[in-house]
Structures are given as C-alpha cells and as structure tokens.
Design a protein around this ligand. Sequence first.
Ligand SMILES: Nc1ncnc2c1ncn2[C@@H]1O[C@H](COP(=O)(O)OP(=O)(O)OP(=O)(O)O)[C@@H](O)[C@H]1O
Ligand SMILES: [Mg+2]
Length: 322
Amino acid sequence: MITFENVKKTFADGTEAIKGIDLHIEEGKLVALIGPSGCGKTTTMKMINKLIHPSSGTISINGKNIADRKDVDLRRDIGYVIQRIGLFPHMTIEDNVALIPKLKGIKKQEYLKRVDELLSLVGLEPSVFKKKYPLELSGGQQQRVGVVRALAGEPPIILMDEPFSALDPISREQLQAELKDLQKSIRKTIVFVTHDMDEALKVADEIVVMKDGSIEQIATPDELLRQPANDFVRSFIGEERIQSALNTFSPYTTKVTEIMDKSPEDSTEMPAIHAEADLKEAAEMMVDQNAQALQVIQDETMLGVIYKDRLLSKLAGIERGA
Ligand SMILES: Nc1ncnc2c1ncn2[C@@H]1O[C@H](COP(=O)(O)OP(=O)(O)OP(=O)(O)O)[C@@H](O)[C@H]1O
Ligand SMILES: [Mg+2]
C-alpha cells in the first residue's frame, strides 16, 4: 500500500505543484491519476520513486516512510514506464528486458524464460522479436517492450506516466486491453497517469481526479460516472459520458460497493454479502433474511455497510430514470 499524508511540493521557483494531498493506493490495484496539463500528475508519481522529494508531508510504502529508504533500493522495487520509452538502442530486446532481472541476480535460465513469457503476454512473439534491436520495432512495439521491461524485475509497484499517449488509437486500445489482462494475472500495484478519461475509465480500478495540485475526487470508474463530486469533475468527465452511463444504470451491473457506507456503525450482527454482488442480489438477500442492512465483505474484511433505505432509493431512482 502506498500512502500520501498531507504531501506538498513547492519547486525552487515557487511553483506550488502539489498543495497537500492525501492518498491511499491499495496493493494490487490499478490507480489512474487524471487531470489537466500541469495539475501535478507527474510530480505526484515521481515522488513515489523519489525522483522528486516532497516539501512536506509523508509518503510511505507498506507503512515505511520512503524518506528512510535508499533511492537505489527503492527504485529496484518500482518499475517505471514513461511516454517515450528509452530502450537501449545497442542492446537487443531480450537484453533490454533482462537488464533489471540480471542486476537483481536472478538466474539466467529463470529470467530468459520470464522474458519469453512477458513478450508473449503483450503480443510480441519471442522468436521473432527478442534478437531484434529497438529501432527495428515500431513505436507501439517498442512501447510494449517498455511495459515488459518494467514488469521483468517483478517489482511490486509499477509507475506508468502516459505510457500509451504516443501511440496510434488502435495500438493504444490494444495495449489498454493487454494492460488490464496483465494486471489481472500479475496483481501488481500500478499507478497510471493519463489525461485521457476514456483510458482511465477503461483500465483503472480507481481514478484520482486532480486539479491545480489538489485531489478533487477519488472513485471507481462507475462511481465517478454516476456521482461526480463537483462541477469540475463533471465537466472533466464530460456530460456525454455521464449521460450514457446513467442510461446503462442497472441493478444488475451496479455493485454493492458503489452504494455502501464506508464508515458505518456497528455491523457485527448483519448478514454478509460479498463485494462483487450487485444491487439485485443485495435486495434479494435483504428480503430473504429480513435484514435492514448488510455488511459488505471482501477477503474476510468488512468494507462497509449497505442500508435498505439507500438501496430502495437507489432502485427507485433507477426505475424513474429508466
Ligand atoms: N522542476 C520544476 N520546477 C518548477 N516547476 C515545475 C517543475 N516540474 C514541474 N513543475 C510545475 O509543476 C506543475 C505540475 O507539473 P506536472 O509535471 O506534475 O504536471 P502534469 O499534471 O504531469 O502535466 P502534464 O499532463 O502536462 O504532463 C506545473 O505547473 C509545472 O509547470
Ligand atoms: Mg505529466
């Protein structure tokens, strides 16, 4: 888990790039930072691997303040993909990807196998590509290698700063889909910067909307579309996307986590429903068990509580909106 506590960054010239943010990024989640140019996305990201140091506040990874960690050690645990990936031009694709595993002292047999697996995962046939040099690949193919290189050292955290923005729309969509699949299978914590809302909605588990060095809203893609926190977020998402999301609002696709109360009163006596359940299931369970509220459970942890009143008004809203 990556935690920002009241983090500020003022650059030497007086620019207040980050004005005090609090952020919790859970392990295994893909979190997108989004916002207009200059809002502080890259600065936020670079503070995670200490390319930029906060002026005040604390950033910790798994409870440990990163200020206490050596830059080199920290960066070994954090993969980094940037917009125009810098592959080493005089090294083959295989050598580019194997560099970090080699530095980490992983056995040759092991990392060569891993390189093949990863290249296949992003749609680059190893036998065709691994002996080539970066300049023999298209931009999209190089970018895929960049993603693979960031993954190859098995870092628990991967930072991606507009990794797909230099790509044509088709490669871009492919890579978004591949990233999503990859994320499901490797379960890394990924922080992904973009200023493309469609991209964020597509790949992210959670979206952090930023403006002028502050966070405006943190929400799942669904929550963001259905409950934008303010006018800025609304206009940044765009009325069209919000309307089309509302039109597809359905008790079958809306998850209980979207309407639960995250800091409820005592919930020990309530029946439990799993976090993936939809509103229809929740309604059925309430009827079956004659319950006024359900606790929402994931991995044996209580995430929140869903109350009957809220559920009913939500369902009523859906019916009215239909
Ligand atoms: N080294 C620096 N010195 C002074 N100001 C800086 C420095 N780096 C960034 N800034 C300023 O800090 C603010 C945030 O910059 P940042 O690069 O984090 O924005 P961003 O959200 O990533 O924007 P973009 O979408 O254009 O990449 C901007 O106003 C920028 O001009
Ligand atoms: Mg940036």
